[in-house]
Design a protein around this ligand. Structure first.
Ligand code: CMC
Length: 429
């Protein structure tokens, strides 16, 4: 059996044979299919790239039907159980788990870059008291580009590694400053004696105590949440990172664009939207009424935290999160909205509307409940998503840069506007 596709163009009667590789044909192979010499050649029309592979990638594997997620071949459940965020970030970025010595060096390197330039602090102070922290976050990440002009040397491996360390280390510091800004408290400097997430908690929550002692359960829970969010192949924000990066823009501005894409309520803003939805429902008794509203499509209401473009079964990340929620609640006390979430899930999972559309809880359904119980305001949720996703964005950006088949992203269009017409002077329209 040949790995080819035979196409008959009924407009011309000609037959074409296209190679099939990895279950795909090359869209550019279709260009030879023409009706005549003036014809541009056949294209595919694929709004939102629903069925187009935009790249080859060796980073993340997802089987949406079976609910499988692996980074560099390692199942997400194993990493969530045994690894930590910095080790997983290393794996995703460099392709292999670090040796003990590599892990030690990597941790030290990241720790030494957590400090932010004082100019950046002044920049952040300029935001209004009620600025959304995600707006502060992505603007500040973009502003890093002005502080590190050496980041323009994107084809210099050493420079890329330096920017990678800076970004992984500084995004939690920026996130913590953004949080302190919106609650009107002085910014805390990093404490390099603490772990990655322990220091993050310190920068967020330290008050007047001389040494902040992070709660180990909360620090570990945050670590697991970070592991789950490191990468998710070619989603909206990762595609944005690759697209901006394909113009050879520096990693800071590319990452600011990716964070902007993550901000939207259909992507990383969904965990924030889930909490607002649960608060709006208000009580367990009102759940059936809300489900009915979603099914009727009233006010374009969706069940936030449900459904996924790729997962057509339970999101494996949601399963892990549900487990660690109990751990967190044992320290913080139960989030009162949990009962509403559990009831929503129970009803939705047996309702024909959700079952027939294969709508299951995604990563965002329970993560917000944990973040809220830990004391984060809902506006911080997408920022908490952006911190670990930084590792995935950089890995994908670098893979794109080093891929000899990649070029500046430039999709085609089907022009559907007016044909040529002559300009009419304003007084004659
Ligand atoms: N609630 C109610 N109906 C839904 C939902 C939902 N959450 N999601 C999809 N549907 C329906 C949709 O109306 C459509 O029905 P019909 O065929 O009758 O028109 C059908 O299911 C297919 O939906 P779709 O819009 O074609 O699916 P999509 O792949 O374009 O959208 C999604 C994926 C995640 C944007 C969507 O499921 C959604 O809006 N979910 C809520 C937002 C959310 O939780 N986002 C977080 C995604 S996971 C984290 C991340 O990676 O960012």
């Amino acid at each position: 059996m040949a790995d080819t596709l035979s196409i008959v163009d009924n407009r011309t009667g000609k037959t074409y044979e296209l190679p099939i590789e990895h279950g795909t044909i090359r869209a550019t192979d279709l260009r030879q299919i023409k009706t005549g010499p003036d014809d541009f050649g056949l294209m595919t029309y694929d709004p939102a790239l629903l069925n187009t592979a935009n790249c080859r990638s060796a980073i993340t594997f997802i089987d949406g039907e079976k609910g499988i997620l692996r980074y560099r071949g390692y199942p997400i459940e194993q990493l969530a159980e045994d690894s930590d965020y910095l080790e997983t970030a290393y794996l995703v970025l460099f392709g292999e788990l670090p040796t003990a010595a590599q892990y030690q060096t990597w941790t030290r390197d990241i720790t030494h870059h957590t400090m932010l330039h004082e100019n950046l602090k002044k920049f952040m102070e300029g935001f209004r008291y009620d600025a959304h922290p995600m707006g502060i976050f992505l603007s500040t990440v973009g502003a890093l580009s002005t502080l590190y002009p050496d980041s323009k040397h994107i084809f210099d491996e050493g420079s890329r590694l330096l920017q990678t360390r800076r970004l992984i280390a500084k995004v939690p510091s920026i996130a913590a400053y953004a949080y302190r800004h919106i609650i009107g408290r002085p910014y805390n400097y990093p404490d390099n004696d603490l772990s990655f997430t322990g220091n993050f908690l310190n920068m967020l929550f330290k008050m007047t105590e001389l040494k902040y002692q992070p709660n180990p359960v909360l620090a570990r829970a945050l670590d697991v949440l970070f592991i789950l969010h490191v990468d998710h192949e070619q989603n909206c924000s990762t595609t944005t990172m690759r697209t901006i990066g394909s113009s050879h823009a520096d990693p800071y501005v590319s990452l600011a664009g990716a964070a902007a894409a993550l901000y939207g309520p259909l992507h990383g803003g969904a965990n924030e939207a889930v909490l607002r939805m649960l608060a709006e429902i208000g009580s367990v008794g009102k759940v059936p009424e809300f489900i009915q509203k979603v099914k009727n499509g009233e006010g374009a209401t969706r069940l936030m935290g449900f459904g996924h473009r790729v997962y057509k079964s339970y999101d494996p990340r949601a399963k892990v999160i549900k487990r660690i929620a109990d751990l967190v609640f044992s320290v913080t006390g139960k989030n009162p909205l949990l009962e509403i979430a559990l009831e929503l899930e129970r009803i939705a999972l047996q309702d024909e509307y959700f079952v027939s559309r294969k709508l299951y809880p995604n990563v965002d359904f329970y993560s917000g409940l944990i973040y809220q119980a830990m004391g984060f305001p809902v506006e911080m949720f997408p920022v908490l998503f952006a911190i670990p996703r930084t590792a995935g964005w950089i890995a994908q950006w670098e893979e794109m840069l080093l891929d000899s088949e990649q070029k500046i992203a430039r999709p085609r269009q089907v022009y559907a506007g007016a044909s040529t017409r002559n300009y009419v002077p304003r007084d004659r329209r």
